[in-house]
Write a protein that binds this ligand. Sequence first.
Ligand SMILES: Cc1cc2nc3c(=O)[nH]c(=O)nc-3n(C[C@H](O)[C@H](O)[C@H](O)COP(=O)(O)OP(=O)(O)OC[C@H]3O[C@@H](n4cnc5c(N)ncnc54)[C@H](O)[C@@H]3O)c2cc1C
Length: 409
Amino acid sequence: MTAPQHHPIVVIGAGIAGATIAREIASRGHAVCIVESAGAPAAGCSNHAYAIAHPHISRGSPKLLQLTRIAFELAYARWGDQWVHRGALQPTKDGIAFDGAVIAQHLTQLGLPTTTAYPVAAEEAEQLSGVPRAGVWFPTAGMLNLEKTTTQLLLPCEQLTQLYHLRIEALHREGDRWLLIDAAKKITISANTVIVAAGLSSKQLLSSIQIKLPLKAVRGQLSFFQINHESSWAARLPSAIICGDGYCIPASQCDKGKMRWIVGSSFDEGEDDLIPRDESDRFNQEQAAGLLNYAVGNLQELVPDGQFVGVRCVAGDRLPIIGALPQRPGVFVATALGSRGILWSALAAKLIADQVLAGDFALLTRLGFTSALAAALAPDRFLAGALPPSLGVLASNSKPILPSESRAR
Ligand SMILES: Cc1cc2nc3c(=O)[nH]c(=O)nc-3n(C[C@H](O)[C@H](O)[C@H](O)COP(=O)(O)OP(=O)(O)OC[C@H]3O[C@@H](n4cnc5c(N)ncnc54)[C@H](O)[C@@H]3O)c2cc1C
């Protein structure tokens, strides 16, 4: 029997999360091996060409808002020069009067400088986005092709080993090493550190070491609409990203002499099939009308002409799961990225690389990342057992994972 290949650090899953983490570790000069069940990177939810990123300013816990601010800064620093579109408008909700001063104060309280977010009245919003709706303008928000980005992150480099067509079914501890066991029950790899970034499959993988995480599938569909130039929608289509309840990207001319407009996304809890659905297109037509505040628009004129369907992985409390598993020394997790794959991958790469490589957390600390925020992301929050996961992010008897305490090799 041949001995398993040994790699000090192995990342399982070559989606945007695993690829960003592997690249971060390699760029710090450490050897890292990434293992993927498919034949190429971005075969799962990251097979997505139209993902947007901006900090979040409304719904959500204060921790979530702080985390998205920090994560957006990291994502912008990493990928801002690759944004496909630049700038996004988040219109004020219907029925809420726009008050620029109040919004500006709120943005300041969230720690967002005007270079990142500022209030805009309807006239300015129209100039910036083609949509005359007052709200908040994010000048540095953007869109990223996750598939392309994942592939670029994994361009060959000396420190990076890549193994495809290898599905890891289970982990097993032996001495100071983790053994990675494939579908044929063969031990293919051993590692000192294993970073599980396998999306929804992380649940099954971690259950092999008796770690139960409350992960679930949420199917989502983006609709690609075709629109005739004579349609009343044509003159209203945005020239920037619009976000709110759903999102859309700027309309473009398509080769059939029509406009093409991408709008999403549906949200089907607990479902994981990838077959496009008419009902999801109808849902996205409604979202389109909501985003443009055009309730009287004829939805039949938004003609479905293609879709992207993916299955998000979400945790019980809707925050990502990023960090060390203190109960299983050497195992780290980066999953449950939900609808914020760009933001959470950027944050996961810095946090996990600092934890695995005993980094100094200086960048994260400078951005305002605290031990309380680390605890809100840590897998441990679901494992302490004092509170059911849905009640909070940190069970009362679990130890917060202070950055300085969470170093592991
Ligand atoms: C409709 C829709 C719209 C979205 N819009 C946005 C958006 O606007 N902005 C945004 O930031 N995000 C968005 N997202 C979310 C984003 O796509 C995901 O958060 C992100 O792609 C998740 O990346 P991941 O690396 O965690 O998972 P994945 O991309 O699923 O990667 C996991 C990888 O692990 C591999 N794998 C699984 N099990 C194993 C195993 N046992 N052994 C080896 N390999 C394994 C898989 O093959 C896969 O390649 C959207 C998602 C959907 C569905």
